[in-house]
Design a protein around this ligand. Structure first.
Ligand code: AMP
Ligand code: MG
Length: 311
């Protein structure tokens, strides 16, 4: 039986950087404090994904979401019609957002949702911060819709599993982006397109084929720094800024002095943004071991270093 004492303990665990699984109406989520780079890096490590995808920040009330993103009138209208519920909206991040850049994979946007489940809402209210919560399964496995699924898949990697019985919707939330002029369906899910279009009074755009890299609509889908990146650099050349790791440590920006890939992931986007903000032409990046989260870090760096399409 889940009572308010248990909810408060789970909320404390989240605030202390722990990972907890909790039910939502869509699927069970693996939650982490969205404002902590370290907690979010731990979450990516636990899921074992080979790349960083942007995560959804969950909050207990629409008003809270409205402070974390810049909502157009249409985005607000949709949120007010369907929250709490299986709708995620993607909007520009608010200025000085407390949400970790790693949570949104370095993008200038943020995905927000108010889930419709009493336990999830009670937990989010007690935590009183945004919580990222991708499905509580290992990467590549099916999403869990019961606490037993979570236990089977993640077992010891999660401090607590709040049991709220089977999820009523059972598929992920519908994701609608307001980053372009027209509202765009990024992922079909638990809320039907028809229901959304009825409220908007017009059709949704459909995300252009994501298999086509660098099509105009896709430009924002990956954060690319302005500076060029030179990878596997053991030391900076003249005029370059250096992003170090472990023993390769030349200057103020080192992803992890002790050579820890989870710590490096936590610092990755923030340090890239900071270095990029200095206006340097080239950022030389130390070699990162290809193990654990190192795989996702290298995936991200490779994309950021790839030749840019001419604009
Ligand atoms: P999940 O949390 O695993 O259910 O999935 C998150 C979904 O939201 C993925 O399809 C992401 O691509 C999408 N998403 C999250 N944040 C953003 C964002 N800032 N921009 C675009 N899509 C996002
Ligand atoms: Mg999933």
């Amino acid at each position: 039986m889940t009572n308010s004492t248990e909810i408060n303990l789970v909320a404390e665990a989240l605030k202390n950087g722990g990972l907890v699984a909790f039910p939502t109406e869509t699927v069970y989520g693996l939650g982490a404090d969205a404002t902590s780079d370290t907690a979010v890096a731990k979450l990516f490590a636990a899921k074992g994904r080979p790349s960083f995808n942007p995560l959804i920040s969950h909050v207990h009330a629409a008003e809270t979401a409205f402070a974390l993103g810049e909502f157009s009138a249409e985005a607000k209208k949709l949120a007010q019609a369907f929250w709490p519920g299986p709708l995620t909206v993607v909007v520009p991040r608010a200025a000085r957002s407390p949400v970790s850049l790693l949570a949104s994979a370095g993008l200038s946007s943020i995905a927000l949702r108010v889930p419709n489940h009493p336990l999830a809402l009670e937990l989010l209210r007690a935590v009183d911060r945004p919580v990222v919560a991708p499905s509580a399964n290992l990467s590549g496995r099916v999403s869990p819709t019961t606490a037993a699924h979570v236990k089977r898949g993640l077992g010891k990697k999660v401090a607590v599993i709040l049991d709220g019985g089977p999820c009523s919707v059972g598929v992920e939330s519908t994701v609608v982006s307001f980053m372009n002029e027209r509202a765009t369906l990024l992922r079909p899910g638990g809320l039907s397109r028809d229901d959304i279009e009825k409220v908007l009074g017009h059709e949704l755009e459909i995300e252009a084929d994501s298999a086509q890299p660098h099509s105009p609509g896709q430009m924002e889908s990956h954060y690319a720094p302005h500076a060029f990146l030179r990878l596997d650099a053991t030391a900076p050349h003249k005029g370059e800024s250096y992003l170090g790791f472990g023993d390769h440590d030349h200057g103020p920006y080192t992803l992890s002095v002790r050579g820890d890939v989870v710590e490096a992931a936590a610092n990755l986007f923030r340090m890239l943004h900071e270095l990029d903000g200095l206006g340097v032409k080239t950022i030389a990046v130390a070699p990162i071991p290809h193990e654990g989260l190192g795989e996702a870090i290298n995936d991200r760096l490779r994309r950021a270093a790839a030749p840019r399409p001419k604009t």
